[in-house]
Design a protein around this ligand. Structure first.
Ligand SMILES: [Zn+2]
Length: 498
């Protein structure tokens, strides 16, 4: 019989809980009733599961960071932030801290975590470097402040038992930290990490299993990625011996050997082919609903003229490619959500905080997604406000989650094919919601961007100047125009008539 106890350790709870949750996309599922008079439509609410919402800027950038870390692609946080339409990394990080109400973590610590492994470094796993990593962990300010491992060891007694030995397991991205140490032998600090420890008494001499198990469980719980749990420290109370347990990684050593031998190929400069700009010739009807609310924190002010101004700007962008969006009607509708204040409070206090990552499905979900979608649906009055022969655009005071300036709910963005998808797409069930107020510079550009989503255009990662990215880009590529036209022709041409 072993007398073994596993001790829960301090985690930098708030930080971990929040920072790793927002990595993948949210798929909003909307269910709204069908018009019973339309015989061609799929008459089941369930068939409408899977209507996909365009992702917000912050969701996309976090997804991008996560993918880059997992694929070991080096990240330039400044460049990436600008690419996704932020002024700089700090602006992104501050939005992040604000949304998730984080206080015990700095902008630099977020930057540090998101920056992946520098793949150009040939990592040196010398004893000196491994000792350095050990020292950085054991002398880490946060660890020193929060751990109970060292205190317990000092006491020598745990729950009335005289301690035999102890071990500390740490969740760390070993490769990344070793690359940093190789590059800078005077490194002062490693990324924030989490830990767990085990202790034995009596004759038991294996504190490792429990330290590792606990470490893995906490890493799992806090959705960590990019690293793993390793035993860092072992100590015996009886003899006073303390050992650095970090071992060189054999697989990593092999890879570094190969990297060393590999001749670094210089990338050939790409020859830019001058593409002839293609022009479409399509006029698309748009139905606008101005949903009126009169609450202190949800107050509609927008006028028809302001909407027309938005569409003028959106058309300035699309007209260059021969596409025009024509408002056929602007309808003032009374906001019908009776519990609006309560709902908005719920979104702020419960929904945004409850977003969780599903590592297996690679999606970001909240157990509250359905309720959130229902709230959004209720706010715009999706049940009654719909023109089947136009693109439906709703204006509300702001997007409830605060994660975006506008959002497109559409089957055009569904990535997974299922039997009835084509039919659902032909029904023109989607819609756009624009927030009157938002952090985005141009509401007209937001309108143009969301209109692109309605015709299957997704976000792109590699073009700062692109309309379908964030920021101020207004470029539309030939292939995007073709994709747009193809979608219009296949699914919506017959419906979108004047
Ligand atoms: Zn978008």
């Amino acid at each position: 019989m072993y007398w073994l106890k596993l001790i829960k350790k301090n985690l930098f709870k708030v930080f971990l809980k929040k920072i790793f949750i927002s990595i993948f996309a949210i798929y909003f599922v909307l269910i709204f009733p069908l018009n019973a008079t339309d015989n061609n439509e799929i008459a089941s609410n369930k068939a409408l599961d899977g209507l996909t919402a365009s992702k917000s800027q912050i969701e996309e950038i976090l997804e991008y960071f996560s993918e880059s870390i997992q694929n070991k692609t080096p990240i330039d946080t400044e460049k990436t932030s600008k690419m996704f339409g932020y002024k700089n990394f700090e602006e992104f990080a501050n939005q992040y801290l604000k949304i998730f109400k984080l206080t015990d973590i700095t902008v630099d610590e977020i930057r540090e975590y998101l920056e992946g492994t520098d793949s150009t470094v040939i990592i040196d796993q010398s004893k000196k470097n491994i000792d350095k990593l050990y020292k950085l962990i054991m002398n880490d300010e946060y660890f020193k402040k929060k751990n109970t491992y060292l205190k317990t060891y000092k006491k020598g007694v745990h729950k009335g038992n005289e301690i035999n030995m102890m071990a500390l397991a740490v969740y760390v991205n070993y490769e990344k930290e070793m690359a940093k140490i190789t590059k800078n032998p005077n490194l002062k600090k490693i990324s924030r990490f989490t830990w767990w420890w085990g202790v034995t008494w009596g004759n038991n001499s294996n504190p490792y299993g429990y330290a590792l198990k606990g470490c893995r469980e906490s890493a799992e719980k806090y959705k960590l990625f990019g690293g793993k749990c390793i035993i860092v420290d072992w100590r015996s109370k009886k003899t006073g011996e303390i050992k650095n347990m970090i071992k060189p990684d054999v697989e990593l050593a092999q890879r570094m050997k190969e990297l060393k031998n590999k001749k670094i190929k210089k990338e050939k400069p790409k020859i830019k082919v001058e593409e002839k700009i293609k022009i479409a010739n399509i006029n698309i009807p748009v139905q606008v609903f101005l949903v009126k609310y009169n609450q202190p924190n949800f107050n509609s002010k927008i006028t028809s003229n302001e909407v027309k101004e938005d569409f003028k700007k959106a058309n300035d962008i699309w007209n260059r490619r021969g596409l025009n969006f024509e408002i056929i009607n602007i309808s003032n509708v009374k906001g019908s959500s009776k519990k609006i204040s309560k709902d908005l409070k719920w979104v702020e206090s419960k929904y945004v905080k409850s977003l969780q990552i599903d590592l297996k499905k690679q999606t970001m979900k909240s157990k509250n997604d359905k309720k959130y979608d229902q709230i959004v649906q209720k706010i715009i009055g999706a049940k009654k406000n719909r023109n089947k022969n136009a693109i439906n655009v709703f204006y509300i005071p702001h997007i409830p989650s605060g994660l975006a300036c506008g959002v497109a709910y559409t089957y055009a963005l569904n990535k997974k094919y299922f039997a009835q998808l084509d039919q659902l797409r032909r029904q023109n069930l989607g819609f756009i919601i624009i927030g009157e107020k938002s952090a985005c510079i141009s509401r007209g550009r937001t309108v143009a961007h969301e209109l692109g989503h309605m015709f299957s255009l997704g976000h792109k990662h590699d073009q700062k100047t692109d309309l379908m990215m964030w920021g101020s880009g207004i470029e539309i590529q030939n292939w995007q125009l073709q994709k747009f036209q193809k979608y219009h022709n296949k699914y919506l041409r017959k419906r979108l008539t004047f």
